[in-house]
Design a binder for this molecule. Structure first.
Ligand SMILES: Nc1nc2c(c(=O)[nH]1)N[C@H]1C(S)=C(S)[C@@H](COP(=O)(O)O)O[C@H]1N2
Ligand SMILES: [Mo]
Length: 389
């Protein structure tokens, strides 16, 4: 820098690399848009699956459905990170474009800028909060992750639709022409970059692929070893990770006490059962996954009586929702509603064993709920009470 040079904000024309072009932005944006749409749809599914009051009951089949949608949600979300970074880099100079002078153009310009500001902020928030959640890091104490991630998803998708609509002519032209086409480039974007445009795109696709691969292993057993970012490795008894341990849930004493009883209630009647009583009921074995909302999943062979058989003990009729409560005294996941479709499904068990062994304390001993196609967060461990509503 020579003396006398003034420090000033950059101008649009200072950015000269021809990589920062609509041709690149549109291509990366297309895949970013697709990945965001996939995240949005799978996120809606997950949100609905966790909604206790469902106008249309969430299906119990296929049993691996939620495992797939939630795995795809998290993998697509991680894949968005490099795509979003490259996309922002390619359009960055536009941030310094001089606003038009004429009133009407200025108003349009301001509106467009505002919508992009909302889109960028919402997209960054979704990726950051989603990754923090998948990494089981919960920095938020003042807001609910699920409610906020859901609300901001609508903001992001709305802003995305507006953005695509506004840019549609540019996008269509860019995607219809060669990647090296320069007709839509900024006049200053004339210098070759360190890469060709094709090279930059290839690098971007590889980075997105790597980001997806390193997380996919938490849901796909075959990929486990390459998934350095997959939080859950398949450790834990029966090859199933442990989400909350018995000691973290403060149930070690109550779950192992000789005085443990399962209360089963309906219409003012109540019976209490020991674990031996549960073992004396007809036992079923089913293969079902635990599919956490954090994206990891693992399949296990669960053994125990069906929930339906347990409810029959007090003549609770089919078609009833159940309230399932844990020995755990505190925490959001200590109780769930099991809607009738799940309660009556013959694959829904009160599991006493996993993979031929007694259920481990950390997996929910003396008994835990396991139902097909159900978010992991609702598979209540250390069950203490089931009541037909
Ligand atoms: N009582 C109780 N049950 C619970 C939880 C909990 O915190 N408390 N965590 C849930 C969550 S978030 C998941 S993903 C599954 C994980 O089951 P696992 O620890 O046996 O793998 O248990 C669910 N059941
Ligand atoms: Mo979970």
């Amino acid at each position: 820098m020579t003396t006398g040079t003034q420090l000033r904000a950059p101008r649009e024309e200072d950015f000269r690399s021809h990589l920062r072009s609509p041709a690149v932005a549109a291509r990366v944006g297309l895949w970013l848009g697709i990945a965001f749409a996939v995240c949005f749809v799978t996120g809606l599914i997950s949100h609905y699956a966790q909604n206790p009051a469902q106008p249309v009951p969430f299906p119990t089949s296929p049993s691996w459905g939620y495992r797939v949608t939630q795995g795809v949600h998290v993998v697509a979300g991680y894949g968005c990170v490099p795509l979003l970074l490259v996309k922002l880099w390619t359009v960055f100079p536009k941030l310094f474009a001089r606003p038009p002078k004429a009133m009407r153009e200025l108003a349009l310009h301001a509106a467009e800028r505002a919508s992009i500001g909302v889109l960028v902020a919402a997209a960054i928030f979704q990726l950051a909060s989603g990754i923090a959640n998948a990494a089981q890091w919960y920095p938020w104490t003042t807001f609910s992750f699920r409610a906020t991630h859901y609300a901001v998803a609508w903001v992001a998708i709305g802003a995305l639709v507006i953005h695509v609509a506004v840019k549609l002519p540019i996008i269509r032209h860019a995607l219809g022409a060669e990647v090296d086409d320069t007709t839509q480039d900024r006049p200053a974007a004339t210098e070759p970059g360190v890469l060709t445009r094709r090279g930059l795109l290839r690098t971007t696709w590889s980075a997105a692929g790597v980001a997806a691969l390193v997380t996919a292993g938490s849901a796909v057993p075959l990929l486990r070893r390459v998934s350095v970012l997959g939080v859950r490795s398949g450790d834990g008894p029966g090859g199933i990770p442990i989400n909350k341990s018995a000691s973290a849930a403060a149930v070690t004493a109550s779950a192992t006490a000789a005085s443990y009883r399962l209360a089963v209630a309906y219409a003012g009647r109540e019976v209490t059962l020991t674990r031996a009583d549960l073992e004396a009921l007809p036992q079923q074995t089913v293969t079902l996954p635990i599919a956490c909302v954090e994206g990891w999943s693992a399949s296990g062979e669960w053994t125990g009586p069906t929930v339906r058989d347990v409810m029959r003990l007090i003549d609770a009729p089919a078609g009833r929702d159940l309230r399932v409560e844990s020995l755990q005294q505190r925490g959001a996941f200590r109780a769930t509603t099991l809607s009738s479709g799940f309660a009556d499904d013959e694959r829904t068990l009160l599991a006493l064993g996993l993979d031929g062994e007694t259920l481990a304390l950390d997996h929910g001993y003396p008994c835990r709920l396991i139902a097909p196609n159900r978010p992991g967060v609702l598979q209540t461990k250390w069950v203490a009470r089931m009541e037909a509503l």
